[in-house]
Design a protein around this ligand. Sequence first.
Ligand code: TMP
Length: 216
Amino acid sequence: MTRGRFITFEGGEGAGKSTQLKRLVARLEAQGREVVATREPGGSPGAESIRDLVLNGAADRWSPVTETLLMYAARRDHVERVIRPSLARGAWVVCDRFADSTRAYQGAAGGTDPRLIAALETYILEEVRPDLTLIFDFPPEIGLHRATARPGAEMRFESKGMAFHERLREGFLAVAKAEPERCVVIDADGEIEAVEAAVWAAVQARLPILPDHGHG
Ligand code: TMP
């Protein structure tokens, strides 16, 4: 059984990632693949409990370093129980946020030492790394407005202020620049269909075992 492929969606708030993730999952399923759609923080029962702790409450409820450790506690459970076994049985895993969100939110924007984050990647993720990461780039002033208008929004990060969200955007773009073989920046400031086409083009170009037909 060949290992599946691991695709992550990254970016700031309100860039339309979740809508695009659903569309990509539908396209991959239409090719007859088993696809596991998941998210972080969360994706397993234990990690979803940690999500509730980390995303709700006052903006200063946790320091950036504590957040980093909570994110990695959740991530380890998700990797052990969902991501690694799914890839091993040949499923494709499509995850709404993963390790780059910690680099950008807790690292670039929050100020956590990048050496701590790099060490956690090494020891907690082990061999589990995305084959492809799509970084949704979007103006934070529009994204934040969209994200906070959502019913039931989990507000801790949305409430951190515009300077934080500017650093976040730069942090994600820095990840893309540092690892161009893994990352593709998607201009998310366009019509849903245009963004969907850009996502599909990136997936076909970077994971060329896909047949070149389907939804066109
Ligand atoms: P979501 O709004 O895309 O569901 O993401 C949940 C929030 O969690 C979002 O504000 C980003 C934040 N987050 C981090 O700060 N660090 C992480 O490692 C992850 C996965 C998410």
